[in-house]
Design a protein around this ligand. Structure first.
Ligand code: ADP
Ligand code: TRP
Length: 322
């Protein structure tokens, strides 16, 4: 089984990115026969329009992933644009992609609905993502719930291409864990996302993270009243960090009532601080050695290109441009 995923370097990673996606990258690097993870700088170009910023974000993303446990001995880590074969496969796929399919995809649809002008890059975004996935013969794609639609597109396009030109691509499947498919934001509703400004970043200074945790939205019911843990976003965030027994004890406390949310927030802050303490130290070390990180990315690109060239040639031969 081959695992693959990409993550955009559009800013610092938050808890949603970690629990929804990155944690699964790390889990799969041990379980998959092979795994490929890349920093999606070509996708990020649809939002980041500053060269220096994009380069810095790309390096930061690589440092973050390594600090969080991605191991280049087990997984291939690289930058999307270092594999130009992907852009070529994207074109082949676009020639068989219906406009309707792309019109239904949420990134473009949401922007249109807000009355904002979208560019062709954003419109074709899912076709590039399909190329990213199909070019490595990927079987499983670890992502958060919001990316499921795009993986369905990749699967559809693989199926259409195979139907038109004969067996060429592996049909990929999303790998989404139900307990972290949609990490809630600190505003109490919806998913945690950079676009909603409701995030806590993985490597945010501990003091700032604590302040944000204390601001997590909760209801104003009296302390004595029993509460349902399942519908409380503070409890959901707590659960991401807590061990099973801690989670059960906290759920019990909720159901009994007679506690304040401040207590839960304090426990959450302590758990989160401990959870990310080691990665934080590793990050500080890696930050001092950017050239080593660039070497990891360069090695990763060589490995990724080898596989990508093989699959691209297969697709080119199937459709007759080679
Ligand atoms: P953002 O919404 O902050 O821009 P991205 O779209 O860059 O985040 O997401 C990167 C990865 O993290 C994707 O696999 C996505 O599904 C996952 N992800 C992002 N936010 C969440 C969330 N709140 N819960 C679960 N997964 C998430
Ligand atoms: N679109 C994804 C996101 O915003 C990033 C991405 C690009 C990706 N290519 C991919 C994810 C291929 C999985 C597989 O999060």
């Amino acid at each position: 089984m081959r695992a693959l995923s990409g993550i955009q370097p559009t800013g610092r990673f938050h808890w949603g990115n970690y629990f929804g996606a990155i944690r699964q990258y790390i889990e799969l690097q041990d379980r998959a026969d092979e795994s490929f993870y890349f920093i999606a700088n070509l996708h990020a170009l649809t939002t980041v329009r500053n060269a220096k910023q994009l380069r810095q974000n790309t390096l930061d993303a690589a440092i973050d992933l390594l600090a969080l446990g991605l191991d280049p001995k087990k997984a291939t880590l690289f930058v999307q644009s270092d594999v130009p074969e992907v852009s070529e496969l994207c074109w082949l796929l676009m020639t068989i992609t219906g406009m309707g399919l792309l019109e239904r995809c949420h990134a473009y649809k949401d922007k249109k609905a807000k009355g904002l002008a979208a560019d062709a890059g954003l419109f074709a975004y899912p076709a590039l993502m399909a190329a990213d996935i199909l070019i490595y013969d990927s079987d499983v794609v670890p992502v958060g719930e919001d990316q499921n639609q795009h993986i369905e597109v990749a699967r559809d396009l693989a199926g259409s291409f195979n139907h038109l030109f004969g067996e060429t691509f592996v049909l990929p499947k999303a790998y989404i864990l139900s307990d972290s498919a949609k990490v809630p934001g600190i505003d109490g509703g919806g998913k945690m996302s950079k676009s909603y400004g409701n995030t806590i970043d993985v490597f945010e200074p501990v003091k700032d993270a604590k302040k944000k945790i204390m601001r997590i939205a909760t209801d104003s019911r009296p302390v004595e009243e029993p509460k349902d843990p399942e519908t409380d976003c503070l409890f959901q965030l707590y659960s991401l960090f807590a061990a099973k027994e801690q989670r059960q004890a906290m759920a019990e406390t909720y159901r009994k009532g007679g506690f304040g949310y401040g207590l839960v927030k304090k426990e959450l802050a302590d758990l989160a601080e401990r959870y990310f303490a080691e990665p934080r130290e590793r990050r500080a070390e890696l930050e001092k050695k950017p050239d080593e990180v660039r070497d990891v990315l360069a090695d990763g690109a060589v490995k990724a290109r080898k596989k990508a060239a093989e699959v691209l040639l297969r697709a080119q031969t199937a459709c007759g441009v080679k």
